[in-house]
Design a protein around this ligand. Sequence first.
Ligand SMILES: Nc1ncnc2c1ncn2[C@@H]1O[C@H](COP(=O)(O)OP(=O)(O)OP(=O)(O)O)[C@@H](O)[C@H]1O
Ligand SMILES: [Mg+2]
Length: 225
Amino acid sequence: MGGAAAISFDNVSKEYLLGKVPVRVLDNVSFSVDKGSFTALVGPSGSGKSTIIFLAAGIDVPSRGKITVLGEEISGKSEAWRRRWRSRNVGIVFQFFHLVPTLTALENVMLAMEIARVRGDRRLRALELLDFVGLKDKANRYPAELSGGEQQRVAIARALAADPPIILADEPTANLDYDNKVRVVSLLRRAANEGRTVFFATHDEGLVRGADKVIRILDGRVVEG
Ligand SMILES: Nc1ncnc2c1ncn2[C@@H]1O[C@H](COP(=O)(O)OP(=O)(O)OP(=O)(O)O)[C@@H](O)[C@H]1O
Ligand SMILES: [Mg+2]
């Protein structure tokens, strides 16, 4: 137990400015996520889950403290560095899918490969990923021509496009019906079983029960994990 950490937060605080007033959203948060684990981040609405996922992805930086991902301290790096690093190391799945509406399912997956400069036959690999999520026959559909569950599965294929060691997900099952929830959870679980680290924020108790580890936050502080 206690394998190597894929993600660690050391005394991370985050403040947002509301006008001129700083609002503390994370208060000295420390935790780690083991390599290869399927780890849940749980807490009430407004407790700071999305903030943590965005910080772990290097989309945002903390006000104080240190964030280390796969041995690399990302919190002190420039935005350009973080963007490039993210395209190769992190796949992200959001609550509202965030697919590019003017691109087909296949093109959405291929775009992530282009951004990460994945070599080889991108089209073939994108089709394999869409097959993995059960959507090979819908590869040429636009997001608006897919159900919510199908769009989320395209988003998972896209997150896996650059074969990243880390998958981050923010409420990946929040807008799905039961069957699609089960599908999305099993795809994320498979991604972890293949050796990736999967770290996800959720309200979904079913998803929490299946996790290897649960990190609980309350009002911007870690209360368990
Ligand atoms: N850009 C911002 N400016 C000011 N406050 C913000 C900003 N973004 C988030 N917050 C505040 O930070 C707190 C944490 O927000 P966050 O989105 O991380 O919560 P969450 O746990 O993901 O909630 P939910 O379960 O509703 O998604 C909230 O009180 C929110 O109002
Ligand atoms: Mg959130």
